[in-house]
Design a binder for this molecule. Structure first.
Ligand code: FNR
Length: 459
């Protein structure tokens, strides 16, 4: 706007507010410097109106410095785990993403693990004073900030060079247990060195019991509190995405992987700058071709004990001084047997759908298992947790805690350690909000009455 245009506008405002402008022309030069001049009064009005507008804008808008990296911008804007999954999908080479994201055969089990949560809706209660929400819970003698644990995932460094160290650090910061996989890419001792939080060790039962005994002794000496024996891996499930890609651990270099690497430079740069990925816990050179690429299916059928049975649990009692958890229980009958054998807790789990396809969803097993075991066997719901509301539903159906598998790997793959932190913040915020909206203040107030089945045909 020109100067005379601005004065005209100011005049109009001044007149509209009842000021006498009759003696002075809008283009007045004579009165321009006099305080009483209506031109000056009108301009003052204009200035005040402008300031008012800026104040109003300031109160409704905050301005932030724009982030230049597109990847970072996407991460900052991620609203949920599904968003982090998409960022991980962009950042990771296709073969790596599919190794994490994929499951066995038609992936029916994996899809149902998550879909099972949609069968339920809440029966929220109101006017219950939810000013203070307390998500703490007691699990195996430890107070956890939230009823959440980090499930073991083999080859975690494939998503990001910091791998297991990042997961252990985040778990410790949030006061939650981290269960390190037998097939980890950082050793029992390396993880213990970065985490003073609760740590568990996941056991795949090797044919070579000397190697197994040695790992248990190392875990005990490094302060791991519990072991989780995975019992759903007598043989490896057929993960067809990996079959199609000829996936090996670590990834073998071929034309396909080179092209995949070039088109995902952030991951590739991180991968080549760091030391090679190996099965860090396996010190026996005969037990693993540490460092060379292996086909996971062949490796497991050569090394794992397919003849494992209930009687072997005694061997673990003799070689482990602490709680023993069975991971991979998929029936009421086996949960009852586990209780009979004196197992301390059971993880209802189908390995995230990576083993047997068409296996029951852990969420569906909770209520019948809780009933059959009299509510005295601590139950972990492992599989499909992507929302804080999922955790609330699992607890209502009888879980003592829930575990995260892919959710934290998506965070790690999307942005490294801050990505895992973000996952935890999202889930705990979600959970607290869900509890408040349902009218429950503590974990013990989350009971079956909080849920009802969604009427048929409405899911
Ligand atoms: C796993 N899981 C797994 N379980 C186990 O006992 N030992 C292991 O080494 C691994 N490795 C592993 C790698 C990857 C890439 C994934 C995705 C999963 C299974 C894991 O502990 C957990 O049971 C599932 O991930 C739970 O399902 P959600 O949370 O991924 O849906």
């Amino acid at each position: 706007m020109s100067a005379s245009g601005a004065i005209d506008a100011a005049w109009a405002i001044s007149r509209s507010e009842g000021n006498d402008t009759s003696e002075v022309s809008p283009n007045c030069h004579t009165h321009a410097k006099a305080k009483t001049c209506p031109c000056v009064v009108a301009l003052e009005h204009l200035r005040k109106a402008g300031m008012g507008l800026i104040r109003t804008l300031r109160s409704v808008a905050t301005f932030s410095v724009p982030t230049l990296s597109r990847q970072k911008r996407r991460f900052e804007r991620a609203a949920n785990i599904a968003d982090l999954r998409l960022i991980a999908k962009r950042r990771l080479p296709h073969g790596i993403f599919d190794y994490i994201d994929g499951a066995a055969e038609d992936e029916i089990t994996m899809r149902r693990n998550s879909a099972a949560f949609q069968q339920y809706e809440f029966v929220p209660r109101v006017l219950r004073n939810v000013a203070d929400i307390d998500t703490r819970t007691l699990f195996l003698g430890r107070t956890l900030k939230t009823p959440l644990l980090f499930s073991p995932t083999g080859f975690t460094r494939i998503a990001h060079s910091q791998g297991e160290l990042s997961v252990a650090r985040v778990a410790a910061r949030h006061g939650l247990p981290y269960c390190l996989s037998t097939l980890s890419t950082r050793s029992i001792e390396e993880v213990a060195a970065v985490s003073n939080g609760p740590k568990w060790f996941q056991v795949y039962v090797w044919r070579d019991r000397v190697l197994l005994k040695d790992m248990l002794a190392r875990a005990q000496a490094s302060g791991y509190e519990a072991i989780m024996i995975t019992v759903d891996t007598a043989v490896l499930g057929r993960r067809e995405r990996d079959v199609r890609r000829g996936f090996t651990l670590p990834p073998k270099l071929g034309l396909g992987t080179i092209v995949d690497g070039i088109t995902h430079p952030a991951w590739t740069w991180d991968f080549i700058r760091n030391e090679p990925i190996t099965f860090s816990n396996i010190t026996d050179p005969n037990a693993s071709s540490a460092g060379t690429a292996v086909n996971l299916s062949n490796f497991i059928s050569e090394q794992f004990e397919p003849a494992l049975s209930w009687d072997d649990l005694e061997w673990f009692r003799a070689n482990w001084n602490g709680p023993i958890i069975l991971k991979g229980v998929q029936s009421v009958a086996d949960a009852v047997l586990a209780q009979k054998y004196g197992i301390d807790a059971v993880a209802l789990s189908n390995h995230g759908g990576r083993q047997l396809d068409s296996a029951p969803a852990p969420l569906d097993l909770l209520a019948p298992v809780a009933l059959a075991t009299g509510g005295t066997l601590p139950l972990i719901c492992d599989g499909g947790i992507r929302r804080g509301s999922d955790i609330v539903k699992a607890i209502a159906l009888g879980a003592s805690a829930c575990t995260l598998g892919r959710s934290y790997l998506y965070g790690l793959g999307a942005a490294g350690e801050p990505g895992i932190d973000r996952v935890l913040t999202m889930l705990t915020d979600d959970m607290t909000r869900t509890m408040a909206l349902c009218g429950v203040r503590t974990i013990s107030e989350i009971t079956p009455e909080l849920l009802s089945l969604v009427p048929t045909g409405r899911i």
